[in-house]
Every structure is written in structure tokens, then in C-alpha cells.
Design a protein around this ligand. Structure first.
Ligand code: ADP
Length: 490
């Protein structure tokens, strides 16, 4: 059926970050790309975000004041100002919740002491703002723990207000982050009754409250960002102490894999690249990007070298202890390694050390740099994603779009999106390994190198297969739309 003749659905996205206003990781990409894809599928979408001070001025100055009111928040009756600043762009309406007490510090996160009140306020203000604007969506789509109070507040403090008719979806982008703090603090900031602080909703351990857990209990549907991760989080290894809770709610849990915005990430038009290309020109043009990257980073300029890229938050989740273990063994005179990321000091220091030790061969960019990320995706031959766990992962999708072969661990969305190269059928999109062991990562990289150096014809075919793979949001956005229809059929 033509999507334009189907019933229109309205959705409010509530989350803590959204490209290009503020982004620290994949959540920011999803909050930008999915609403746009849904708008193309005949959905009315509003995205509700905090108005952080760190949002660049070029966006702040375009925001339009939409109204303001005072809202009760804490148990002692303290009330707070809620301003609504609106920005309409590309078919999507962005409403920023404005309050200087909560959103002045951080990039956007600081520490739980500040973040717990900040997101208690934000979740309640988002619902109150929808009522204030008299915009009652069919579905409220909440993302990660920062928006996880929304389903709980909707069925308690907002149960007699117009917004009560909305259904809720809670999407888990990363189960590791849950918003756990002591019960008295969360009770104070939410002013919720004692009876929700039980073991099925908020309570975790002896004395803590877990905001994500409560939101999952109250949401009408839970989704996470790949099918495999939806299964994994029901096991103790990946369940981050919520595996029993996930199993209990498995009946309303689905996995929908992320896509990427193929306009933002398009090697044919990307202004940040040295040379643009589509699938027909990828082989010669990628060489130009490789040369430009080697020059930019002070690496030996030689298109015969195998460049391995790594673009990542430098944290334990990303499998960097494995990379640390294998890196010296990869230095063979024919391989170059480019790292872009920030995070834990132990990894930042390790990569700085390797750059110093292997000058001209290893380059560690300990920074967050959007432009450089684009140039690495275009100039590298392979991209490493050896994660301990990976709910979906976007870097392997972007890499494929740019004709860069992913080398990944078979977990979560990496397992669902990268088909391993099969040397007999000559099919597949990348190289994979299963158990979390350095030797297996080393082996996967060496398999990739073997094909690159001894069978370039089939390597180049894989590069083209990767570029041809559909990594857009379209199929996934349709699945979300079907979920909205399922929740609100009429
Ligand atoms: P996560 O959300 O766990 O950090 P994802 O793979 O889902 O990981 O998304 C990471 C996103 O952040 C990608 O768009 C990637 O290009 C980007 N990114 C990560 N680190 C950097 C960095 N140092 N500089 C620029 N972009 C980065």
C-alpha cells in the first residue's frame, strides 16, 4: 500500500542527545536520522531534547520561543521553570526544554550526582511540555535511561492529563547505562509514591533505584537496536544485572537494527573528503583518499599499505584490550593503523605510546573530530570493531557505505550486519571472530590481510559489495512504523 494513503501516526521522541546539536555516540545519530526517516513515511515527529549550553550558537540563535510555565518537581514541592524553544528543520520539529539550573554544565553528561536530577527534571518537563502545547502524540518513543522516567510518570503523575492516551516505547541503545542511584534521592527528585520503589519496578540491590529498569517495566513495548542484542541481554553475560528483568519482559521486547543517514554519510557528495566516489569509481578514488589521509596524519605515503582504522569511544566495551594485545604483532612494514577516539586514560595512553613507538606507521588521534572520522572511513582499507558487546554499532555500517571492509566480533548488531567473507563462495562483507580472545582478533585481521595482499580481485569485489549493501534507515523505519501502528491501530 502507498505509505501516503496509510493512517498518519504522530510520535514524540524523547532523548538526551541528537546530532547535530549534541552528540556523544550512536544515540545522537539515531535521534537525528530515525525521525527524518519516519517523517518520510508519513509520520508527524517531534523530538524533545534538553537545551544544553553546549549546543552550538548557530542552532541556538534559530530557536523560536514557544512558551513557558512552572512545574512542580521535587518531593518538597519545589517548582521549576520550563521553557520551550522550537526549531523546525527538514520535516521534523525539535522542541528544546530550557532551564538554566539543569542544562548549563556538561557535554552533555557530567556525573550521576548532577545527571539524576537533570534527567528527572527533563523527563517530567517533556511530558508537561506536550500537554502545554496540546500536542498529544499516538506514541511517545523514549530513548535510554535519561528518558526512562517518562513511561512511569505517564501512568502515575500524568494519568489524569491529556497525554495519558499516548502509548510508550522504550528503546535501549546500551543496557550498560541505567541511571542507578539511592532510593531517597530518586524519590526526592521524582516525588513518586513509595509503592513503585519495589523490586519489579525501581528497586535494585538493597537500597538503590534503577531508572531504566522502571521505564522498561512501564513501557508498552521495549525495543533494542538489533535482534541479536535483544537475545543477548536476556543472558547474565550481557544482561548488566537486568537479565532476569529482560526475560520477564521478553514478551514485549523486539530488536530492530539501526541504519545510518545515507545523505549525511554519502561518499559521492561528502564535502569532507579529498575525492568523492560512488560504487563505480571507488577503487581509484579510494586511493586518492588514502593518500590524503596518509599525508594528513604524517604516515608514510604508499597506497600499497593496508590501513586499519579504529573510530571509537575508548572504553572497555569496545574491545580495546584485545587491540592493545595484538597491535605490536600487526606491525609488519605493510600495515598502518589509525586510531580516532577519546575515553579512558589507560587506552588513550596506550595508543599515544604506540604512535610514538611506531612513528609513520601508527597514528593515534586522541580527540573527537567529525571531519577526520569521515576521512578515515574513506581512506582506510579496513575498520576494526572488536567490541566486547555492541548493541548495534554504527561504525561498521558507515565503513561499508564508504567501501571500507569491517573486521568485527560476532556480537549484537555486528553479528546481524556483517556477513563473514567465505573463501569458497567468495561472498560476505567483512571478517569476523567469535570468542572475546586476542588470538582470534589477530587471526581475523590476518585473514583480511591475506585477501588484501594475495587476492586483491576478490578484496575489491568485497569493497563494492559493501558499498552496495543497504545500510539506510528505510527498512528499519518501516518496522518502527509498524510497531506504532500495532500500538495504536486506529
Ligand atoms: P557508541 O554509540 O557505542 O559510541 P556507535 O558505533 O553506535 O558507538 O556510534 C559511534 C558514532 O560516533 C559513529 O558515528 C562514529 O563515527 C562516531 N565517533 C566515535 N568516536 C568519534 C571520534 N573520536 N570522532 C568523531 N566521531 C566519532
Amino acid at each position: 500500500m502507498d505509505i501516503n494513503t496509510e493512517t498518519r501516526r504522530s510520535v514524540a521522541f524523547i532523548g538526551s542527545e541528537c546530532y547535530p546539536f549534541v552528540k556523544t555516540g550512536g544515540l545522537g545519530d539515531v535521534m537525528y536520522a530515525l525521525p527524518k526517516a519516519l517523517a518520510d513515511l508519513n509520520c508527524d515527529v517531534k523530538v524533545i531534547l534538553p537545551r544544553y549550553h553546549c549546543i552550538p550558537w548557530k542552532y541556538q540563535e534559530k530557536m523560536v520561543y514557544r512558551g513557558s510555565f512552572n512545574m512542580d518537581l521535587c518531593a518538597d514541592g519545589t517548582s521549576y521553570y520550563v521553557g520551550i524553544m522550537e526549531y523546525v528543520w527538514d520535516g521534523v520539529v525539535y522542541d528544546f526544554i530550557d532551564n538554566d539550573d539543569f542544562f548549563t554544565n556538561g557535554n552533555p553528561y557530567t556525573n550521576l550526582v548532577d545527571d539524576i536530577p537533570k534527567y528527572c527534571y527533563f523527563s517530567k518537563a517533556a511530558l508537561a511540555a506536550l500537554n502545554y502545547m496540546n500536542w498529544i502524540p499516538d506514541v511517545i518513543h523514549c530513548h535510554d535511561w535519561q528518558a526512562s522516567l517518562v513511561p512511569v510518570l505517564l501512568r502515575t503523575q500524568f494519568a489524569d492529563t491529556p497525554i495519558k492516551d499516548a502509548k510508550t516505547i522504550m528503546t535501549i541503545h546500551n543496557l550498560r547505562f541505567q541511571g542507578v542511584y539511592n532510593i531517597p534521592t530518586i524519590r526526592y527528585w521524582t516525588n513518586l509514591p513509595e509503592d513503585v520503589f519495589n523490586i519489579d519496578v525501581f528497586k535494585t540491590g538493597y537500597e538503590d533505584a534503577n531508572i531504566l529498569k522502571a521505564g522498561l517495566a512501564y513501557a508498552d513495548i521495549i525495543t533494542t537496536v538489533s535482534d541479536t542484542y535483544a537475545g543477548e541481554i536476556q543472558t547474565p553475560f550481557y544482561g548488566e544485572h537486568l537479565d532476569a528483568h529482560m526475560r520477564h519482559h521478553a514478551g514485549k521486547l523486539r530488536g530492530i537494527v539501526n541504519g545510518i543517514d545515507v545523505v549525511q554519510w554519502d561518499p559521492k557528495t561528502d564535502p569532507k573528503l579529498a575525492a568523492n566516489y560512488d560504487i563505480s569509481e571507488v577503487l581509484p578514488q579510494k586511493k586518492l583518499n588514502k593518500k590524503a589521509l596518509q599525508e594528513e596524519l604524517g604516515l608514510e605515503v604508499d597506497d600499497g599499505k593496508f590501513i586499519i582504522g579504529l573510530i571509537s569511544r575508548l572504553t572497555d566495551q569496545k574491545g580495546l584490550d584485545l587491540v592493545d594485545a595484538v597491535l605490536p604483532g600487526l606491525i609488519d612494514g605493510n600495515t598502518q593503523i589509525v586510531v580516532l577516539g577519546t575515553g579512558d586514560a589507560k587506552y588513550e595512553d596506550a595508543f599515544r605510546y604506540y604512535e610514538n613507538e611506531y612513528k609513520g606507521t601508527v597514528c593515534s588521534c586522541i580527540m573527537y573530530d567529525e571531519g577526520r572520522a569521515h576521512r578515515i572511513y574513506a581512506g582506510a582499507d579496513a575498520l576494526l570493531v572488536p567490541s566486547l558487546f555492541e548493541p548495534c554499532g554504527l561504525t561498521q555500517l558507515i565503513a561499508m557505505r564508504y567501501g571500507t571492509v569491517p573486521i568485527v566480533r560476532e556480537t549484537g548488531g555486528l553479528y546481524d550486519t556483517v556477513e563473514p567473507f567465505n573463501q569458497f563462495t567468495l561472498q560476505g562483507n567483512g571478517f569476523t571472530f567469535d570468542r572475546y580472545e586476542a588470538d582470534l582478533l589477530y587471526d581475523a585481521i590476518n585473514r583480511a590481510k591475506t585477501v588484501f595482499f594475495t587476492d586483491r580481485w576478490h578484496w575489491d569485489e568485497m569493497v563494492q559489495r559493501d558499498m552496495a549493501k543497504d545500510v539506510s534507515w528505510e527498512a528499519s523505519a518501516r518496522q518502527y512504523r509498524e510497531l506504532y501502528m500495532e500500538l495504536k491501530p486506529q
